[in-house]
Design a protein around this ligand. Sequence first.
Ligand code: PEP
Ligand code: MN
Length: 442
Amino acid sequence: MNSPTESWRALPAAQQPPWPDQTELRAATEWLSAVPPLVFAAECDLLRRRMAAVARGEAVLLQGGDCAETFERVTADAIRGKLRTLLQMAVVLTYATAMPVVKIGRMAGQYAKPRSSPVERRDGTELPSYRGDAVNGLEFTAEARRPDPWRMRRMYESSAMTLNLVRALTTGGFADLRQVHAWNRGFVADSRAGERYEKLTDEIERSLAFMQACGVDTGELGTAEFFVGHEGLLLDYESALTRAEPDTDRTYATSGHLLWIGERTRDLGGAHVEYFSRVHNPIAVKLGPTTTPDTVLGLVDRLDPRREPGRLTFVVRAGADRVRDVLPDLIEKVTAEGALVCWVSDPMHGNTVTAPSGHKTRSFDTILDEVRGFVEVHRELGTHPGGVHVELTGDDVTECVGGGNAVLPENLHHRYETACDPRLNHTQSLDLAFLLAEMYRD
Ligand code: PEP
Ligand code: MN
C-alpha cells in the first residue's frame, strides 16, 4: 500500500466513478498494467526542462484541446484540426513573445470528467451524470450511463491512436513552419478582424524570408515539438499505467506527458495529491477563485518539496471578475516561499454561463478579459505570465459567443457539439492568439 502506485488507496478519492462490478474493474486494470506505456520517461523529463524555462520566464506555454475527448471523434480530421489550430496559435505567440512556445495538446487522454452533481435530471427522469467516455456514455439512457471499467481500455486505445497520428503529423511535414504560416495568411485574408492582424503576419513573413536569405538551415522549421496532457482524474487508470524506470528510482505516469489535478480534486489530504506526489512527470493544479494562499503553499510543499522549476504549474481559473483580486496574493506568497512555479491562465472555467437557449456557453470577450487580468497582475508584480490553457477545437462549432466571426447567442444551436464544456472554434482560437500576442508585446 505504500508503493507509489498504491499509496493513494488509503485516502479519500473524490470524483471516482461508482464502478458497479469490482471483478470487472480488477480485470480491466490488470489489462492496463500489462500494456506498453503511451509516453516515455525521457519525454516527460524533456517537458520538465521545457516547463522550467516557462517558470524562469524564458518560454511560454500553450495548452489546448477539447473539454472532453470522445471515442467517436478520434478521427484524422478532428485530430488534424486541433493540431493545426494549436500550431497556428503557437507561431503567432512565438513571434510576438520572441520566446519558445511549449505546446501541449489537451489530447490523447482527456476522457474523464469531474461533475458537480452525481446525477442528472431531465423531464422527471434521473440518471447518473456523464463522467466522460472513459466511464460511461453521453446518451441519456440508463444503459449508456452505467459506468463500465472496460471503457478505460478504450481510453488507452483511443489515446494511442491519437498520439500515433500526432507524432506522425508533428514530425512528418504537417507542422512545417512555412506551411503553418501559409495557413495563418489564409486566416488573416478571410477574417473580419484581418486588418488588425495583417501587420504581425507580414512581419513573420519578412522574418522567414530574412532567414532564408541568410541561408539559415531551415531543417529545424520542418518539425514541431509537441506534448500531450490530460486531467489525471481516474486513479484506477493512472495507477495501472504508472511505471517504474529500471535505471533510476523514479516512477512516471505513462498515460501522458503532463497530468493535472482539477479544481474539485486538489484536496491536500486527498488521494489525487498523494498519487501526483509520487510520479516524476511535470504536473499542474487548477486553482479556482476561492483558493487560499495556505492551500497553495500546502500544494507546493506536497508536490514540489525540492522547489524544482518545471515540476509544478498552477493553472489559474478564477473568472474574469475575480482574477485581479485573487491572483496577486497567491503569486506573492509562492514567490516568498522560494518556489519557482509556472503560472498559467485558464480563462474558460471561471466564465461559464447559461445562454437564454439553455446552452452552456462562454463569451469571447470575457475569456479575453480574464487573460488580460492575468497578464496585468504579472506585469504589476514583475513575474512571468507563463501562458494559457484553453478549451478549443479545429472545427467551426458554435459553442462560445463572440470573437471575430461573431457567434451570436441565438445561433449556439447551429453547431453545438461538445460533450461537456463549450470550446473556442478555429477562428476564435486564432483571434485569441493574435490578441494575446498584442498583450505580450505591449
Ligand atoms: C476542465 O478542465 O475541464 C475542468 C473540469 O476544469 P476545473 O478542474 O478547473 O473545473
Ligand atoms: Mn472543461
